[in-house]
Design a protein around this ligand. Structure first.
Ligand code: PLP
Length: 469
């Protein structure tokens, strides 16, 4: 693509997103905010907000309502489910798409449905977000898959463990893309290996879904993904839903994970007949607006086109990798030469991660995140922290001091991130690396956060007009 076409794609992607032009206060004035925190959450697409506004006047509770609005809402809710099902390439007959609150809820939900016991082995990759690790520790015997020194999944270890635990291993839990390093995992290949060992696979697509198309049933049958989970708020539909998709025959077992309204066909004082999926696993009033918003986001992805999205993101990520790597004293993590998303973790020598993130925000209007990104075991590996040091940090936290929590700074690019924004980031980090900043900063021991002296966020609440009482 030539420069002019690339600029057109860039501005089309930017126009699709709400709030890209917001200005924020910084030391000595204000700037257009540079959002480099998309891995945490994304603003709505313009089209998503329009869909929410279109539904709002017609909104009512779904399912058994006889009124016109209830019927309209039910139809919108069930159409949204079908669209998301198709977006995931789920099997039209055998799979079911369930709405949850978010990815965390979806994984807990799945762990609650699959009938594991302490003999059941779940292999969990060492790069997982806590949400695809801790729920499995509750219900099964978790064995972690090792990582290579540069932070990728150690495939020899994965294959070795699948072989060793054959007959006992029931599930491989793996992320489609790391929320720390952006590394993309070859999930269909891992699915094939898991199936050959008699296990299923759950793919945490919380990061992947925002950047790459997902086809649950792509290629040979053995490569299919059994379960996929993701969150609306990471795909430009931040209205409170997540998704769990998987085979109906596996998800419709025993009693529902959560029992209550909507999960039954008939109840008397002694007995209950559970209803069928999806209602059976969506107890209580579902988040209809969130589901409709998420379906609108999937349509927007298809309209914008995966090729344009991938090209633009790769271009931005490549430029960022190359330029960040040139900054003296900046360490990049997981420098393996594999395909990756625009999610980059780094540290600046001699500067606490919380301080770097605070300066980026308060002086450059660049929103990033710092810490361990809910992936402590992965950060422990990347930062080469031994168990003794982890124990010391645990003791410090127990005594109320979070100032020594290790971590990194993370920048994560979205559909609207531009090369210009990356250039500003690189300039900012070069300045910070040389000790140049305007404010004095205080590290709050209780929270581990860094704040400039005398600056308070609450002074700016008027910027979100109407959002505060
Ligand atoms: C890879 C990954 N998995 C799971 C989650 C949890 O998602 P949620 O907070 O929407 O439940 C996140 C959130 O950052 C994530 O990045």
């Amino acid at each position: 693509m030539d420069a002019a076409s690339l600029a057109t794609v860039e501005s089309e992607l930017r126009r699709a997103i709400v709030g890209v032009e917001c200005r924020v206060p910084v030391a000595g004035g204000e700037r257009e905010f540079i959002n480099l925190d998309h891995a945490a959450s994304t603003p709505p697409f313009v089209a998503v907000l329009a869909a929410v506004n279109a539904l709002a006047p017609w909104y009512a509770n779904v399912h058994r309502g006889a009124g016109f609005k209830a019927r309209m809402s039910t139809s919108a809710f069930e159409s949204a489910r079908e669209e998301i099902h198709r977006f995931l390439g789920a099997d039209p007959r055998d799979d079911v798409t369930l709405f949850t609150r978010n990815t965390t809820d979806a994984v807990n939900h799945l762990a609650g449905i699959l009938e594991f016991d302490r003999e059941s082995v779940v292999l969990v990759s060492g790069m997982e977000h806590h949400s695809n690790d801790l729920p499995w520790r509750r219900v099964a015997r978790v064995i972690h898959v090792d990582l290579t020194p540069d932070g990728a999944i150690d495939e020899a270890d994965l294959q070795g463990k699948l072989h060793h635990w054959r007959g006992k291993v029931r599930l491989l839990a793996v992320t489609g893309a790391s929320n720390v390093t952006g590394l993309l995992n070859p999930i269909h290949r891992y699915a094939r290996w898991a199936h050959a060992a008699g296990a299923e696979i759950v793919v945490d697509a919380a990061q992947l879904a925002a950047h790459r198309p997902i086809r649950m049933h792509q290629g040979p049958a053995a490569d299919h993904l059994d379960y996929v989970v993701f969150s609306g708020h990471k795909v430009y539909a931040p209205f409170g839903v997540g998704v769990l998709a998987g085979p109906r025959r596996r998800l419709e077992r025993g009693a529902p994970y959560q029992v209550g309204g909507g999960t039954v066909d008939l109840v008397d004082r002694q007995s209950v007949s559970w209803t069928s999926l999806p209602d059976r696993e969506e107890g209580g009033t579902p988040c209809v607006i969130g589901a409709v918003a998420l379906a609108a986001a999937t349509r927007e992805y298809l309209r914008l086109g995966w090729d344009s999205i991938k090209d633009q993101e790769r271009r931005v990520a490549r430029q960022a990798w190359d330029a960040l790597g040139q900054i003296p004293g900046l360490t990049l993590y997981a420098v393996s030469p594999v395909d990756r998303l625009g999610v980059i973790a780094f540290n600046l020598e001699g500067k606490p991660h919380a301080l770097v993130a605070a300066i980026l925000n308060h002086e450059w209007g660049i929103g990033t995140r710092s810490g361990c990104f809910c992936a402590h075991p992965y950060l422990q590996h990347l930062l080469e922290i031994d168990d003794g040091r982890m124990a010391m940090i645990r003791a410090e936290i127990a005594s109320g001091d979070r100032s020594g929590i290790p971590g990194a700074v993370r920048v994560s690019f979205g559909l609207g991130t531009t090369l210009e924004e990356v250039r500003t980031l690189v300039t900012a980090l070069s300045e910070i690396s040389q000790g140049r900043h305007r404010h004095d900063y205080l590290l709050d021991r209780a929270t581990g956060d860094c704040l400039p002296k005398g600056v308070s966020d609450s002074a700016y609440s008027h910027l979100m007009a109407g959002s505060h009482a």
